[in-house]
Ligand binder design. Structure first.
Ligand code: AMP
Length: 306
């Protein structure tokens, strides 16, 4: 067994045997997992910090899951920054990092049996990325089993992913508590993402229209759905270099467009291509009198773990 243990850092497990051995040591309390594809940033660090505040042990998985990338997507150019990822995990007090290669996760090649996201996996992101959510749920399910976690932390940034994971855990009786963490943003409002490294400086300026549109839409929350959509779209149309895939105001549980009479919580979500990069962002909004954004539009929380 070749386990590497950097000074005061997490145990790094690359194989199933290494994971099993390291996981066995985490017996004196509950285990939270933060699943990532690497190229960690402050959004991931916030997930880890939130998990650390609640759980005795934190496991971070770093796995670029081929199953959730389409043939024309960015798997080959996705940033790989393991050394700095490990530094962040060390800084945040992670107990165990599981960083397997695809042959460890899929020893028999692509799995014939997969978890199906069902109809919710075919809309919004699923429409542009067929099979993406089946691939994502399959690996999340496997990583929940392999890490034997009690809780798992996911970002609101990927709202459809979060919803589908909650559904999977409920529908398939995974004994795991799913916790969501609000979107962490750059100071200028751009939602943090590993894919932001693809953006040139001018792309970055263009990309700001996504978060601006969400904020503008939320300002009309008290007036109702069409005012929210109109407010958001007005920002997007002023930025022709952002090629909008969708801008929707949907029910947070069904992802169906909310009707004009709707009052209550909704999700304002946007996807657009900027340069060579597909970006997504969303904002939970309370629609109706006294309504507005349900997420504080702030940058990285600086709070230290309790
Ligand atoms: P990824 O490595 O992009 O697959 O993301 C791993 C986890 O981090 C997922 O649960 C994401 O939703 C979450 N995440 C990514 N970016 C952010 C962000 N800006 N704020 C909060 N969570 C995030």
């Amino acid at each position: 067994m070749t386990q590497t243990t950097p000074a005061a850092g997490p145990v790094v497990a690359r194989t199933r045997d290494e994971l099993r051995a390291a996981r066995k040591q985490l017996t004196d309390g509950d285990v939270a997992v933060v699943m990532t594809m690497g190229a960690l940033h402050d959004g991931h660090a916030t997930l880890i910090r939130t998990a650390r505040q609640a759980a005795r042990h934190v496991v971070v998985t770093i796995f670029l899951n081929p199953l959730q990338f389409g043939p024309k997507e960015d798997l080959s150019r996705y940033p790989r920054t393991f050394d700095s990822d490990l530094e962040i995990c060390t800084r945040e007090g992670v107990d165990l990092v599981f960083a397997p290669t695809p042959d460890v996760i899929y020893p028999d090649g692509d799995p014939g049996v997969r978890i199906s996201a069902g109809p919710l996996g075919t809309v919004l992101e699923g429409q542009s990325r067929p099979g993406h959510f089946d691939g994502m749920l399959t690996v999340v399910g496997k990583l929940m089993q392999l890490t034997r976690c009690d809780s798992a932390y996911f970002g609101q940034k990927d709202a459809q992913q979060l919803l589908l994971i909650r559904r999977m855990v409920r529908d398939l009786d995974f004994p795991v508590t799913v916790v969501s963490v609000p979107t962490v943003r750059e100071e200028d409002g751009l939602a943090m993402s590993s894919r932001n490294t693809y953006l040139t400086e001018s792309d970055h300026e263009v990309a700001l229209c996504l978060s601006r549109a969400l904020r503008a839409g939320a300002e009309h929350a008290s007036e109702g759905p069409s005012a929210i959509r109109r407010g958001a779209r007005a920002v997007l149309v002023r930025e022709p270099l952002a090629l909008v895939d969708y801008l929707v105001l949907v029910h947070p549980d069904t992802l169906e467009d909310v009707p004009e009479w709707y009052r209550g919580e909704a999700l304002l979500a946007v996807a657009a291509r900027v340069g060579t990069t597909r970006l997504i962002d969303n904002l939970p909004v309370l629609v109706g009198p006294g309504g507005g954004a349900l997420e504080v539009f702030s940058s990285v929380p600086t709070a230290e773990p309790a």
